[in-house]
Design a protein around this ligand. Structure first.
Ligand SMILES: C[S@@+](CC[C@H](N)C(=O)[O-])C[C@H]1O[C@@H](n2cnc3c(N)ncnc32)[C@H](O)[C@@H]1O
Length: 241
C-alpha cells in the first residue's frame, strides 16, 4: 500500500523535471526514489504544519518538489492513514552554487514562483533572511570548518526560538562505511568540478558539539538505509523556545 503511494509521490515530484531535460528528470527520479531521507522527513512528521523553508545547497531543488508533491497528494486525499499531515510550504528559498543545477531547478519549478524561489548563490556569504525551517542536506562537508561554524551561526540567527534546522552529515568516526561515501563524494567533485576534492568532515560527536555551540538542541538518526554509508540526519532545534 505505502509502496504504491510512494510510487505516486515519486511520479508527482519528478514530473516537473521533464521541463528540465532528460538528465534533470532522471536525476530527480533516481535521487527521490532511492534516498530514504525524503520519505523519512515526511513519515516522521518532523516539520511544522506550515513553514517558510530555506534550503541551503539545494542542488536542482528536488526537496522543494518533493514537499510540494506531498502536499498536493495530501490535499487530494491520497495520503497514508498512518503518516502525519505534510507541511504547507508558505515559501521556499533555495540557494545553490552550480549554475547548471539552478537552471534545472528553475525550469522545473518556474510555475511555482514566487512561492518557491531558487537562486544561484554561495551559502558561505548569502544573506539568509528569516525562515522557520533550514535544510542543509549533504552540503556542510563542502565548506571548511570555520565556514561551517559561521554558516550554522547565521542559520540559527535566521530562525525563531524553536525553529528547525535539518541536516545530514557523514560520521567520519564510523570507519569503512564513512570512507565508502567519502570516496564517492570525492569522485563526484572530480567529475563535476574538475578540482582537487577537498572535504571537511567531522565525527558525529563533533557535529553535535558544533550544533550545540551554534545554539541548537540536537537529535541524531542514522539515515543511510539501503546504502553502505555512515550518514546521519541531525534534527536541530533552535534554543530559547
Ligand atoms: C550532494 S549535493 C546535495 C544537493 C541537495 N541538498 C539535495 O539533497 O539534493 C551538495 C550540493 O551543495 C552545493 N554546494 C556546495 N558548496 C556550496 C556553497 N558554498 N554554496 C551553495 N551551494 C553549495 C553543491 O553545488 C551541490 O549541489
Amino acid at each position: 500500500m505505502t509502496d504504491k503511494f510512494l510510487g505516486r509521490l515519486l511520479d508527482e515530484a519528478s514530473r516537473p523535471y521533464r521541463a528540465a531535460g532528460r538528465f534533470g528528470y532522471h536525476f530527480a527520479r533516481g535521487k527521490l526514489g532511492s534516498d530514504c531521507i525524503f520519505r523519512e522527513l515526511l513519515r516522521r512528521g518532523i516539520f511544522p504544519s506550515a513553514a517558510r523553508f530555506l534550503d541551503l545547497g539545494c542542488g536542482q531543488a528536488v526537496f522543494a518538489s518533493w514537499l510540494l508533491a506531498a502536499r498536493k497528494l495530501y490535499e487530494a486525499g491520497d495520503w497514508p492513514a498512518d503518516w502525519p499531515e505534510p507541511p504547507r510550504v508558505l515559501a521556499l528559498r533555495g540557494y545553490e552554487l552550480m549554475a547548471s543545477d539552478v537552471a534545472r531547478a528553475r525550469a522545473a519549478l518556474a510555475d511555482r514562483e514566487p512561492q518557491v524561489v531558487i537562486r544561484q548563490g554561495d551559502i558561505r556569504s548569502t544573506d539568509f533572511g528569516r525562515a522557520d525551517v533550514v535544510t542543509i542536506l549533504d552540503v556542510l562537508h563542502y565548506i571548511d570548518h570555520a565556514g561551517q561554524e559561521d554558516l550554522l551561526r547565521r542559520a540559527r540567527a535566521a530562525l525563531p526560538a524553536g525553529g528547525l534546522l535539518v541536516t545530514r552529515v557523514g560520521n567520519a568516526a564510523a570507519g569503512l562505511p564513512f570512507h565508502v561515501c567519502d570516496w564517492l563524494d570525492r569522485a563526484v567533485i572530480l567529475a563535476r568540478w574538475r578540482r582537487r576534492p577537498v572535504l571537511w568532515c567531522r565525527g558525529l560527536s563533533d557535529w553535535v558539539v558544533l550544533l550545540a555551540r551554534s545554539g541548537f538542541e540536537v537529535e541524531t538518526m542514522p539515515m543511510s538505509e539501503g546504502k553502505p554509508f555512515a550518514n546521519v540526519m541531525l534534527i536541530a532545534r533552535a534554543n530559547g523556545a
